[in-house]
Design a protein around this ligand. Structure first.
Ligand code: SF4
Ligand code: SF4
Length: 130
């Protein structure tokens, strides 16, 4: 399961994710991180059955956490199977099936947003749960 973790750095540079790994024993895969002097945001991937534990621990440490489910959503009624998203996605989320229809493996997505901007038919969107 993928989570977006947002945390403030104003109180210091605490290694939040490393601390959660240490305290919970859950191995966390950091897929993307943007950190500046005042705050940070990281996209992490964890086993589904550990989600609650990690989410609670992150919240305890002052981070806000959003769950990403079906990260990228395809509106099949808008898609014209042009393939623009296939060529721009760095994670190989998209491919054509044997009938040249677009298919996606949403679990590979790292939420970079490139495909949403590239789609000429606004067929792609992101869903974020809290
Ligand atoms: S870029 Fe948009 S219209 Fe083209 S294949 Fe991808 S989702 Fe479909
Ligand atoms: S958001 Fe980025 S990683 Fe996810 S499907 Fe689109 S291009 Fe690929």
């Amino acid at each position: 399961m993928k989570l977006i973790v947002t945390f403030s750095r104003k109180a210091g540079k605490k290694p939040i994710i490393a601390s959660v790994v240490r305290d919970t024993g859950v191995l966390i895969n950091v897929e993307r991180a943007i950190i500046d002097s005042s705050e940070g945001e990281a996209l992490i991937d964890i086993p589904d059955d550990q989600c609650r534990l990690v989410k609670e621990k992150l919240a305890e440490m002052g981070a806000s956490v959003r769950i990403l489910e079906d990260v990228i959503t395809l509106d099949e009624s808008e898609c014209v199977d042009c393939g623009a998203c296939i060529s721009i996605c760095p994670q190989e989320v998209f491919s054509f099936d044997e009938n040249w229809k677009l298919t996606l493996d949403a679990g590979r997505c790292v939420l970079c947003g490139r495909c949403i901007d590239a789609c000429p038919h606004q067929a792609l969107s992101q869903k974020i749960d809290t």
